[in-house]
Design a binder for this molecule. Structure first.
Ligand code: SF4
Ligand code: SF4
Length: 238
């Protein structure tokens, strides 16, 4: 019988005779496969707790390894190395180094949530994939994604002024992701705004862009928000 997920076993741990007959019975190939045991010492007992602290990772401990998430996964259908069940298993065992080996594909989850809908234990595998991707990013194993850079810029503006100035967010985002400020779609978008928005609105936008006003009374609110965010980060990182 073929071994499912054979690709996950180190090749030199698989023993298999192409031709083998035992007591007159042909047990060639898969029928005589043996897997050598291995001893793991490089696990992190607390890793599951670390992932549980990220949004989406809270229920990772509930997994009973039924495999429904992987069977239903959109990405698994395209690439059998994309295996949420396996990464959840590694998370529970604390095998960080094994997860790091797949750092270049974990982020490819398309958030279709088929896994979450089918999971019998409410693990929310999609959330676990996001939690792992965030952990990889925060630990410096992968580069910051544009979405993270955008989130940071968005938060920075809220924290500072209590409001969002779209053009500033966009400008800083493009700079930080090393994209040109003058892009065809952006020029086209600006022309449409100039054509269709009332003058008073355009004037206000220009004013806000230049002077970056703060929401009234933001000082104290901003301070409370900053403290709350700091507490959350400290709690998340132990
Ligand atoms: S469907 Fe749920 S319980 Fe089953 S392996 Fe996936 S996460 Fe675990
Ligand atoms: S949300 Fe991600 S992990 Fe879940 S089925 Fe879709 S692609 Fe797969």
């Amino acid at each position: 019988m073929a071994i499912h997920e054979k690709s996950l076993i180190e090749p030199d741990h698989i023993l298999e005779h192409e031709k083998l007959v035992v007591d007159g019975v042909d047990v060639s190939g898969h029928w005589n496969t043996m897997i050598l045991p291995r001893t793991l010492t490089d696990y992190d007992d607390d890793f599951e707790k670390v992932i549980q602290r990220y949004p989406g990772g809270e229920n990772v401990h509930r997994c009973w390894q039924c495999g429904s998430c992987t069977n239903s996964c959109t990405m698994y259908a395209l690439n059998v190395d994309f295996n949420p069940r396996y990464w959840i298993y590694l998370t529970r065992l604390g095998l960080k180094d094994e997860i790091i080996k797949d750092k270049d594909i974990i982020w490819q989850c398309v958030s279709c949530n088929k896994c979450t809908n089918i999971c019998p234990k409410d693990v929310r595998p999609e959330g676990v994939m996001k939690a792992l991707a965030h952990w990889l990013e925060e630990e410096g194993h992968t580069e910051k994604k544009p979405s993270t850079i955008f989130d940071e810029e968005f938060w920075e503006q809220v924290e500072r002024t209590g409001r969002i100035e779209d053009s500033h967010v966009l400008m800083h985002f493009l700079r930080k992701t090393r994209q040109p400020l003058m892009q065809e779609w952006l020029v086209d978008f600006s022309k449409r705004m100039l054509r269709h928005l009332p003058f008073a609105h355009l004037f206000r936008m220009g004013w806000n862009f230049l002077f970056r006003p703060r929401t009234r009374g933001w000082g104290r609110t901003g301070q409370v928000l900053r403290e709350w965010v700091r507490e959350q980060k400290e709690a998340a990182h132990g």
